[in-house]
Design a protein around this ligand. Structure first.
Ligand code: FES
Length: 132
């Protein structure tokens, strides 16, 4: 069973939804359960994450975990965001049933995927600028 924190995050996620202008978008999935998570990051010119949002086709723990992950990366640099772990997500949630720990791992992976996308876009931009 889920604890109160997980249930509250699931019922009232603060960061659910897409994000206009997101320049880092990561999508990950778990083949075993079929859940999918999409993380949106808005990174400013100084490399600080101004906002983070998510969409998920997933379970209660997936929603709660990604909501916490969004809170954890906001205000951080892109490199600091890469240091956010599922253990931190897990600690904030307080507890997850053993068979739901992979949901918090998916949250961590979604951050990495979004950061990777951000770097890819930046590289493309730089190449384009170099051509012009
Ligand atoms: Fe797979 Fe939650 S059951 S992400």
């Amino acid at each position: 069973m889920y604890n109160k924190t997980v249930i509250e995050r699931f019922k009232n996620p603060k960061n659910a939804g897409g994000l206009r202008g997101a320049n880092g978008i990561g999508k990950v999935g778990n083949a075993a359960c079929g859940d999918i998570m999409k993380m949106y990051l808005l990174v400013n010119d100084e490399g600080i994450i101004e906002d983070a949002r998510f969409k998920t086709f997933g379970c209660c723990a997936a929603i709660a975990s990604t909501d916490v992950a969004c809170d954890l990366v906001k205000g951080k640099t892109i490199d600091e965001a890469l240091k956010v772990t599922n253990k931190q997500v897990f600690d904030i949630l307080g507890d997850l049933p053993a068979h739901k720990i992979h949901c918090s791992v998916l949250a961590e992976e979604s951050i990495r995927a979004a950061v990777e996308d951000y770097y890819k876009k930046k590289e493309k931009e730089s190449k384009k600028l170099a051509k012009d």
